[in-house]
Design a protein around this ligand. Structure first.
Ligand SMILES: Cc1cc2nc3c(=O)[nH]c(=O)nc-3n(C[C@H](O)[C@H](O)[C@H](O)COP(=O)(O)OP(=O)(O)OC[C@H]3O[C@@H](n4cnc5c(N)ncnc54)[C@H](O)[C@@H]3O)c2cc1C
Ligand code: SF4
Length: 514
């Protein structure tokens, strides 16, 4: 049986970032990934392949609470879902770490506060080359320094939109995005500022994802080993049940056993919970790390919607993900509860609109719609509900999810339609589900978090504040699972910052046993 100092399972925003943090520790580290490298191919930038044929999604089938098949919009690759993400990397707001009263209930406080995360947010922004500008987002939390890279400029149609919003009293700002764009020297810029970024893999590796920015740069170190197409099937505890003894891994059609004194699960919030639930044994009959009974529960994914704002004006924008608005994040004068966040999506084309359109809509109409649209993405906070949960039944993932806290979110969308109608009277809105399959919206699990929340009390949390299981001393979960609440901005920067924070703890812990 192979032995390592530490094993990380999963190479996404959590696992990949943690690997990068630990790579120079001198410790022997193995990172496992159930998928392979996402191929570089022309299909990377083909909207029909990516959105209609779901080329990069798993073919795995899950079940809904009604027992229907669920085809999840998620992929298994080195880099995890960051391979296709929109790279909008936001910090949570300071108040997101506190208890907040929403119209639909309470968003609970975190055991750590924004100040605990601030240095790690800064480090994560540096690691992922986030481009942005401080001082222009009205809800921005305090920062010890500006972004390391300048904001991505708006193209003319978006600048026009920006100016109209400002004239109408709004505070739009340059969205923080993790792309390797050098606008002052486009000839040598890794990023070419294209229209196939948000939701697509980057064919030329200019998007900052966990594969390109973290995993590959770590593999030059002799102490780091990556095993691809290696799926962790079960964690097996020692006889006393207090530590993980070894991992069972499917690799090359065999079940192999691998050992390390520290095991980090980073499979994404749904698969991490599933792995621990599947690893149930006599000492842990309800799954590992599940003394609280909360493992797999409190699953959150955001209330989210994509909308196409069609105008008489043409929109020739290539890279559209440059503008966001947080004016309604915590509500407005007539609605004293949080509503959510507004941002631009990548520019859609007819291949993306096709899944939502009636089957008889001619391609030319879709092209016209796409060339006249500005594409919006709204996210609102869904609240943790223990009934929203991941289960594993006869080896298959079941996702039980009922929407909540919709009022503020619906109000956000209605408000935004009014704002756009005011600034451009030639606007028409069409609902547009880019990330969510139309008939099974639950398939859109892009922002999955919360299935193993962290906290101080073993009765009410799965992990302690170092993201270590309360019950199993060498088991950590370092991905989106630990969130006690989701906030309304995109989750990945918080997952990355948290991985860097837990990395510091692990470096100290490994020092003490050397
Ligand atoms: C289309 C799309 C757009 C998005 N846009 C944004 C955005 O703009 N901004 C943002 O902040 N977030 C965005 N997200 C969300 C973002 O991708 C996730 O928040 C982030 O990747 C989650 O990180 P993670 O580490 O929890 O999981 P993942 O990144 O999914 O990583 C989990 C890894 O574990 C591997 N794995 C799973 N099970 C096993 C197993 N049993 N054995 C071995 N390996 C395993 C998986 O293959 C994967 O590599 C987007 C997501 C999608 C799908
Ligand atoms: S915009 Fe830049 S980072 Fe995004 S896919 Fe295009 S080249 Fe890659």
């Amino acid at each position: 049986m192979e032995e390592y100092d530490l094993i990380i399972i999963g190479t996404g925003a959590g696992g990949g970032t943690l690997l990068h943090k630990l790579k120079d520790s001198g410790k022997k580290i193995l990172i496992l990934e159930r998928g392979g490298y996402l191929p570089r191919e022309k299909a990377n930038w083909d909207s029909k392949e990516v959105f209609q044929k779901e080329r990069y999604h798993t073919k795995e089938v899950w079940k809904t609470k009604e027992g229907k098949d669920l085809h999840p919009g998620t992929g298994y690759w080195v880099g995890g879902n960051t391979k296709v993400y929109g790279a909008a990397l936001f910090r949570l707001r300071e108040r997101d770490f506190e208890e907040i009263q929403h119209e639909g209930g309470i968003s609970p406080a975190w055991p750590l506060k924004y100040a605990d995360y601030e240095p790690y947010y800064t480090a994560a922004e540096k690691l992922y080359w986030v481009h942005g500008k401080m001082g222009i987002d009205p809800t921005e939390p305090f920062r010890t320094q500006d972004y390391f890279y300048p904001p991505v400029s708006h193209e003319p149609r978006i600048q026009e939109l920006h100016d109209a919003l400002v004239k109408d009293g709004h505070q739009p700002f340059n969205m923080p995005v993790a792309i390797k764009l050098n606008e002052s020297d486009m000839l040598n810029s890794p990023c070419i500022r294209c229209n196939t970024c948000d939701g697509y893999p980057c064919m030329i590796h200019a998007k900052s994802d966990a594969d390109i920015n973290c995993v590959r740069p770590s593999l030059g170190n002799d102490n780091v080993t990556l095993l691809i197409n290696a799926k962790a099937e079960r964690l097996v505890t020692a006889a006393d049940g207090k530590t993980i003894d070894y991992i069972e891994v499917s690799y090359n059609d065999e079940l192999i056993h691998i050992k390390a004194p520290i095991i980090v699960v980073a499979c994404g919030a749904i698969n991490s919970a599933a792995l621990l639930l599947k690893s149930a044994n006599d000492q842990h009959p309800n799954g590992l790390a599940n003394g609280s009974g909360l493992l797999g529960r409190n699953f959150m994914k955001h209330n989210s919607a994509a909308m196409l704002g069609i105008s008489m004006k043409e929109n020739h924008t290539h890279f559209q993900k440059t503008l966001a608005v947080n004016d309604y994040y915590f509500g407005d004068k007539d609605f004293p509860y949080p509503m959510g966040h507004v941002q631009l999506l990548g520019k859609s084309d007819k291949g993306q609109i096709r899944p939502d359109a009636p089957f008889f809509t001619p391609g030319v109409v879709l092209s016209e719609m796409a060339s006249h649209s500005i594409d919006w993405w709204f996210t609102g906070e869904d609240l943790p509900d223990p009934n929203n949960r991941v289960e594993v039944i006869e080896g298959q993932i079941h996702l039980d999810y009922t929407e909540n806290n919709r009022k503020g979110f619906d109000r956000l969308i209605d408000t935004w339609k009014e704002v756009l109608a005011k600034i451009d009277t030639r606007h028409v809105f069409v609902p547009h589900d880019i990330y969510l399959s139309q008939d099974i919206p639950l398939a859109g699990v892009a922002h999955q978090v919360g299935t193993a929340k962290f906290g101080n009390d073993p009765q009410t949390s799965v992990l302690d504040i170092n993201c270590k299981s309360h019950e199993i001393d060498n088991l950590y979960v370092v991905d989106g699972s630990f969130f006690p609440s989701i906030g309304a901005v995109n989750p990945s920067l918080t997952i990355m910052a948290n991985a860097l924070r837990v990395g510091d703890h692990l470096i100290e812990r490994m020092k003490s046993v050397s």
